[in-house]
Write a protein that binds this ligand. Structure first.
Ligand SMILES: [Zn+2]
Length: 284
């Protein structure tokens, strides 16, 4: 599927169209306007969940904190999952360490697939769930340091949209497979997010099911409109934060696990040029 080729000729954006989008997007996506991230100095509008201020607090760095990763030690946490032994904090440190390896020496990422395949035949115990884009350049198993079979529980669709399938998969991964960490990861130059931005900004009409697919991104794009010179980049970031926040808002199962300390949900943005992942811890 080529999102770029599916876009009809842009037309001028009319106020009526914008209002229609707002009503459609907010109703369909079930989301409140997303906070403006650090790229803009414009004070974000408060929403019902107070997410604007929190998202704006998201740390600008942290995707490759090698020191923190090196300090990660096994067990010792009362909330550690019995199946994998990793706490949410340790799982996050492991992702950061893996991404650091990927950035510094991508060729070092290799996996002994045959041995792991045999080991995992009896069952899986993934230690992180990743909801990310289907973009072929955004492969979690590679960009997190060449993790092998049985480690990441991955959900992918264009635009890393939190739809019913994605949320159900995340519930399964946390509740039944006991994965302690959930990451909603967008990426720079995302075609699906760019398409949603074109719908909002240029009144583009998307053909087939693509329009429905990006519908949950529309309210996020609308809230980022005119707030940053990098409209698509801002929407990518806000879309990841929105998806992460909605997981606990819409899933009592995951929300309960987060409240107990067994699971942590964060957002992230992957830079397809540098290979670095910027983690956004504060999502709510
Ligand atoms: Zn994408």
């Amino acid at each position: 599927m080529c999102l770029d080729c599916s876009i009809k000729s842009p037309r001028g954006l009319k106020r009526r169209h914008l209002m229609k989008l707002a009503a459609l997007g907010f109703a369909a996506g079930g989301t409140a306007p997303i906070a403006l991230a650090s790229e803009t100095k414009t004070p974000p509008a408060a929403d019902a969940h107070g997410a604007a201020a929190h998202a704006a607090e998201a740390p600008p760095e942290g995707g490759h904190d090698a020191a923190q990763a090196a300090e990660a030690k096994p067990a010792a946490d009362p909330h550690a999952s019995p199946s994998d032994g990793l706490t949410p904090k340790q799982a996050l440190a492991k992702l950061k360490e893996g991404n650091r390896r990927f950035v510094e020496d991508a060729n070092a990422c290799a996996a002994d697939l045959a041995a792991r395949r045999t080991e995992l035949a009896a069952g899986q115990h993934p230690w992180a769930i990743v909801l990310t884009c289907s973009d072929s350049r955004v492969t979690p198993e590679l960009i997190f340091g060449g993790v092998t079979l049985g480690e990441l529980f991955v959900v992918r669709n264009a635009g890393n949209v939190l739809d019913t399938g994605a949320l159900g998969t995340i519930e399964y991964g946390t509740e039944h497979l006991h994965a302690p960490l959930v990451v909603v990861m967008g990426h720079k130059k995302c075609g699906a997010v760019a398409a949603a931005c074109d719908v909002v900004k240029k009144g583009v009409e998307l053909e087939g099911s693509i329009g429905k697919m990006v519908q949950p991104i529309l309210p996020v794009a609308l809230s980022a409109l005119f707030t940053s010179e990098d409209f698509v980049g801002q929407t990518v970031r806000n879309n990841a934060v929105s998806g992460a926040r909605r997981i606990t808002e819409e899933s009592p199962i995951v929300s309960h696990l987060v409240e107990s300390g067994a699971v942590k949900v964060i957002a992230a943005v992957y830079d397809i040029e540098t290979g670095e992942v910027q983690f956004i811890d504060k999502i709510a």
